[in-house]
Design a protein around this ligand. Sequence first.
Ligand SMILES: [Zn+2]
Length: 350
Amino acid sequence: MYTARKSVARSATAIKSIKSVADVKNTEKTTTYIRLSDASDHYRDKHIDDKKGWAETLASTLERTSHTKAAARVRDCANVLFFGLHCDEKTGELKHKLRSAPFCHNRHCPLCNWRRAMKNKATILSAMPALLNEYKTARFIFLTLTVKNCELSELRRNLHDMNKGWQRLIKRKDWPALGWIRTTEITRGKDGTAHPHFHCLLMVKSSYFKSGQYIKTTEWVKKWREALRLSYEPVCHVCSIKSKDGTKDALASAVAEVVKYATTTEDMTKGGAAWLEEYINQVYKLRFIASGGVLKSILKDVRKGEDEDLVHVDESGEENGEEQDTIVYSWNKKVIRKNGKAGAYVRPRC
Ligand SMILES: [Zn+2]
C-alpha cells in the first residue's frame, strides 16, 4: 500500500503540468499512472471519481462549520480502494471487484450515500421475486407528495408535520397500497428556502387500475391536503410503473429514484457554510427512509445502520471466477478526469 502511494505521488509530480483533457490524452502513454475509470468497465467504477469529488466539495464546506471532525472524516472517505481482480470465466477478462475501502459512513457523505443507495436498491429488488410470487397481480405506482417551500429554520417542524400527515393518509379507508417504501428528499430553493417532499413507491392490487378505484393526481392532492390539514393545494405527482415486459427495468428505475439521496451535495453546499450548518441541525437524527404494509420488513437490514457494509453493494452478488490478485487505487486530487474535473482514483503503471 505504501509503495503504491509513493508511486502515485510520483505520478502526481509527473503530471503537474497537465491542464486539460487534451493534455491528458496526449500524455496518457507516458504517464506513470492508470486511472480506475480507464481500467475497469463497471459503471460503478466509472462514477466513483465524481462521487469522491463531491465528497471533497462537502468536506471543504463542512470545514467552515462547527462540524470539523465530520469534515475530516468525509475528506478521508475512501482515500484508497482495494480491489480483487477476477478472471471472467466466459471471456477470460480480468474484472475489478471492490474488496475493502475506508468509507466514512457520514450520513451526508455523497460517496457513502451513493453506495447506500445502491445497496438499498439491491436489497429491495432482491426481495421482490418472493413478494411478487405471493402477490401475483401486484402493481407499483410512484407517488411524489410535496409541500410549499419553507424557511430552513422551519424544516424540522415541517418534516414533523409531513410525517403526521403521512400517518393520517395511510390510515384512511381509501388508502390503496398493500405496501409502501417512502423516502424524504429536500431540495434547496434559489432563495435559500427548503423544499421537502416524499418519494413513495406503492405496491397496489391490479384492481387499483380498474375504473372507480384509480386515484387521479387531483384526488391525491385532495387527500394529501386533508391529511396535512393545509389551507392550500399541495403539488402531487403520480405515475404507474409499467407492467408486462418493462416491469423489471421500470421497477428498478423507480426503486433507484426512491432510494437515491436526501439532498444533493450541490444543494447542501451552494448556500455556503451557514446554510449547511443549519441544514445539518434541522435534520439531525431524522430518518429519511421508511416502509410499511407488506413491504415493512424489506428494509430491516437498512435500519440496522451501524453494521452497514458499503463495500459489497452488488445487485447480483455474483463472483466472476476465481480471485487472481489484489490491486490498490489511491485518490489523487491532481489527476484530471475525462470530464475535465480534478481528482481521480489511480494506481501506478507497472
Ligand atoms: Zn463517506
